[in-house]
Design a protein around this ligand. Structure first.
Ligand SMILES: [Zn+2]
Length: 282
């Protein structure tokens, strides 16, 4: 977990009592996912972006929220992968009146896999898996007003799915990028082909055009500093190298080995293992 001292570092930000949020990122531990949850703390309330996979990691995020001594009023889920929403029940139990939302293109995809993912993770992690489906509401429109801050929801973004979303806080120029941006992790490619990855590269151009002050990736090392460009540049390089090595690979194992050589410090091996299996054609 780390705090971004953006209210100090960003000269155009208002003090939080007037407007603006302070941001904490909590990265999952011991689940092999390194998934980021983002806590947005306003003057009176707290908002959460992405809810983790396991109960243990959701409880770690919950502990950070409780330390603000402000109620969790809103949870936003960026996309339909289980490592971003299966922990929802932990937050709903602690804050029964919390509003939980996802984009209108994302929500049916979550609902389609929710029970199936619960069943899968009950087998894999009997004591740490979600137990029941928590209802999620569709986002109404394309903006969120949270505790006086205006947040834009950027929808239909190609990332590790063809329907990722990102949150843009224009006042502070902060982008919560979800799984459009990874940092020092194998980038999750199994649901993409070359054409989708070209689109993904243009998503990264869109991010640069926003001229953010900070981009928070969906997956990254817990101690990695957050800045405007490192994670975006990393993701871009990774996707380009993936394409290059895919062209040379004889089989999935060859691609996995090549990408591990090219990105020796990257974790999240399941991303490259599944990505190679899906993309290397016999
Ligand atoms: Zn993810």
């Amino acid at each position: 977990m780390r705090c971004l001292p953006l209210l100090i570092a960003w000269p155009f930000a208002f003090a939080r009592s007037q407007a603006g949020v302070s941001i904490k990122e909590v990265t999952s531990k011991d689940d092999q996912f390194w998934t980021n949850s983002v806590i947005l703390e306003g003057a009176r309330e707290v908002m959460l972006v992405d809810a983790q996979l396991t109960r243990t990691n959701a409880e770690r995020v919950l502990k950070e929220i409780k330390e603000t001594h402000k109620p969790l009023s809103l949870i936003y889920i960026t996309h339909e992968h289980a490592d971003h929403f299966l922990g929802l029940e932990v937050f709903k139990e602690a804050y029964p009146s919390v509003r939980i939302i996802a984009g209108s293109a994302v929500l049916p995809r979550i609902n389609k896999v929710y029970q199936e993912k619960i069943d899968k993770w009950k087998q894999l992690l009997p004591s740490d898996a979600a137990t029941h489906v928590v209802p999620i509401d569709p986002l109404d429109g394309s903006t969120i007003t949270f505790d006086g801050s205006h947040i834009e929801v950027l929808e239909h973004i190609q990332g590790d799915t063809d329907e990722n979303t990102m949150l843009w806080i224009p006042e502070q120029r902060i982008l919560v990028a979800g799984d459009v941006v990874f940092n020092d992790m194998h980038v999750y490619t199994p649901e993409t082909d070359s054409q989708a990855r070209r689109k993904w590269l243009s998503s990264l151009k869109t991010i640069r055009a926003l001229q953010p002050s900070a981009v928070i990736p969906g997956h990254g090392k817990a101690a990695a500093p957050v800045d405007a460009s490192t994670a975006v540049a990393y993701t871009e390089k990774y996707l380009l190298v993936f394409e290059e090595e895919l062209g040379k690979a004889q089989d999935p194992t060859g691609l996995v080995e090549a990408m591990k050589r090219r990105f020796p410090s990257a974790d999240l091996f399941l991303a490259i293992e599944r990505g190679a299996a899906a993309n290397v054609k016999p």
